[in-house]
Design a protein around this ligand. Structure first.
Ligand code: CA
Length: 232
């Protein structure tokens, strides 16, 4: 049997942690568990995990801080878990690099579907495995890195990278916001337009010469977005 993706559960509430571990183990995933951010950091330093189920409120640190560290330093999927639905707006607004969000109490079947979706999305589709070049920029799909024409690397969050990869792999094609959301997230209940629009404006600040007058990522009013490098 092939190696299954390892999943880390970070949750200080013993009953919730036990339920999550049990659900994942029942699906055949190797699972690690931590009840504090410190313990999670120790486990993440020692082992590789494909996905982290991360409680928002931990006794020793904010789950958002840990999420930011994860999306910056590890290629790990993140599903934020919170007890309050209105925390989700905060998470989305802060753009911490999480792949999905779940509110407690969760429906086990729905949670597992989200886990599978995030894991599937983290393994790059076949058309996104090469190195793309546009206007001197280099987008390395397997390395998940972006380099400017002067060779300097530009840090992208996971969602920003996935969005740019989707756009740049099909220059000239119009992508609807819904198509782009599917490429960057498994959320189907989020405020779709806003999520993609926020991501696009952040990407523009990183790759456009003049983000207020973008040339690479064009907005097609009422339709979506189009990637238009001059050398496509
Ligand atoms: Ca908690």
């Amino acid at each position: 049997m092939p190696d299954r993706e390892r999943i880390l559960v970070v949750e200080d509430e013993p009953s919730t942690r036990a339920i999550l571990v049990k659900l994942l183990v029942a699906e055949g995933y190797p699972v690690g568990a931590a009840d504090t951010a410190a313990q999670a950091r120790a486990l993440l330093a020692a082992e590789t995990f494909s996905l982290v189920l991360l409680d928002l409120n931990l006794p020793d640190d904010d789950g958002l801080t840990l999420a930011r560290e994860l999306s910056r330093h590890h290629r790990t999927g993140i599903i934020m878990v919170s007890g309050r639905a209105d925390d989700m707006d905060r998470i989305i607004g802060l753009e911490v690099g999480a792949d999905d969000y779940v509110t407690k109490p969760f429906v086990p079947r729905e949670l597992m579907a989200r886990v599978r979706t995030v894991l599937r999305r983290l393994s790059p589709p076949t058309e996104l495995t090469g190195v793309l070049k546009f206007e001197g920029w280099t987008l390395d799909m397997p390395g998940r890195s972006l380099h400017r024409p002067d060779g300097r690397q530009v840090h992208l969050t996971r969602a920003e990278f996935d969005l740019l990869a989707r756009l740049a792999s099909q220059p000239g094609r119009v992508h609807t916001r819904h198509q782009l959301l599917t490429a960057v997230s498994s959320r189907d209940w989020a405020p779709v337009d806003r999520t993609i629009d926020v991501l696009v404006s952040r990407l523009r600040r990183k790759i456009e010469v003049d983000p207020k007058s973008p040339r690479l990522i064009l907005t097609l009013s009422g339709h979506g977005y189009k990637f238009t490098p001059s050398d496509a």
